[in-house]
Design a protein around this ligand. Sequence first.
Ligand code: NAD
Ligand code: TYD
Length: 338
Amino acid sequence: MKLLVTGGCGFIGTNFIRLMLDAHPDWSIVNLDKLTYAGNRLNLLDLEENAPRYEFVHGDICNRELVMDLLNDKRLDAVVNFAAESHVDRSINDPSPFVTTNVGGAQNLMECARQRGIERFVHVSTDEVYGTLGPSGKFTETTPLSPNSPYSASKAGADLMARAYFETYHFPILITRCSNNYGPYQFPEKLIPLMFLSAKADKSLPVYGDGLNVRDWIYVDDHCRGVELTLTKGREGQAYNFGGNAEETNISVVKTMLSILGKPESLITFVTDRPGHDKRYAMDFSLAARELGFAPTLPFSEGLARTVAWYEANGPWLEQVQSGEYRTFMDTWYEERG
Ligand code: NAD
Ligand code: TYD
């Protein structure tokens, strides 16, 4: 199979490309990435230099001509769309790029793929499209979409567009909705790598609100396997939930990290809450278990220790991704939260 992966220079895309090239000797992958602040071409430089089954293309999923030409010239069979603006806090500061890429770009990809007769298209959505949960219950695929942040609203827009492409055009699209990922190559604006950086530098760890918001954490490789199963075995038109069976409060995640790193809990600072902050996410992924044979493999404690070890071993990567643009956003956002 010849696969177009978009956003492959970001966190999940990088892990997905590495895993898939390893697992499928008969697959080749073209990675289309705009290289925003969150995209790092160097993540996959070893593949660019040594792997004939991997090719990088610098470009925007919003670009109709580029995507049409790519699908034609490279004779691609399937598309997996990871490309997105992905950080909730940035979407609060400025929703516009979220609408442009996450809705407009996703629709452009679907349209090009439809016109080119692509046989399989996996759109990577998120659990955040469902909104928030109370203390009990879990999201299922039939939970109404009820997004609360500009990020999740833009993801819900694309998710619904994907549904419409199936219903209207019988376009062979599949949707994945996964919970919070963690693991190697995650950009240090997200909770786990950000807390790692702060703890290592003996700086304060900014926990929003009371720290009791709950996320269901999944190790990135497990999510990637979910996407792979969806691509190879999923039913067209279906959305599949994926989760890690690992509900944790933010404060508990932060304390566990401090303990792994041997740093004191006095570094924790409670800061002004994120507006519209979803209280709890939890995933019922029994459909994916039943239809695709999906199960998360890594317990949270093991995955977190593995992730911390990766960041410990990859100091130069962390240094390199903290560009001037990164520092500007981080300084302003956290200054405003006190
Ligand atoms: P990320 O921010 O680390 O990476 C996004 C990548 O997309 C970057 O390489 C960036 O350069 C690229 N990109 C952005 N705009 C583009 C455009 N217009 N054209 C081409 N490339 C563009 O994000 P991530 O955490 O790897 O998430 C990947 C996908 O998975 C996203 O769609 C996200 O919504 C979804 N998702 C993420 C999580 C999570 O916990 N991180 C959970 C569920 C779903
Ligand atoms: P994040 O990694 O941004 O993922 P998402 O918002 O998509 O779930 O945040 C995970 C949780 O951690 C979320 O409840 C917000 C919280 N959080 C903090 O408490 N402090 C921080 O500095 C960040 C970035 C997140």
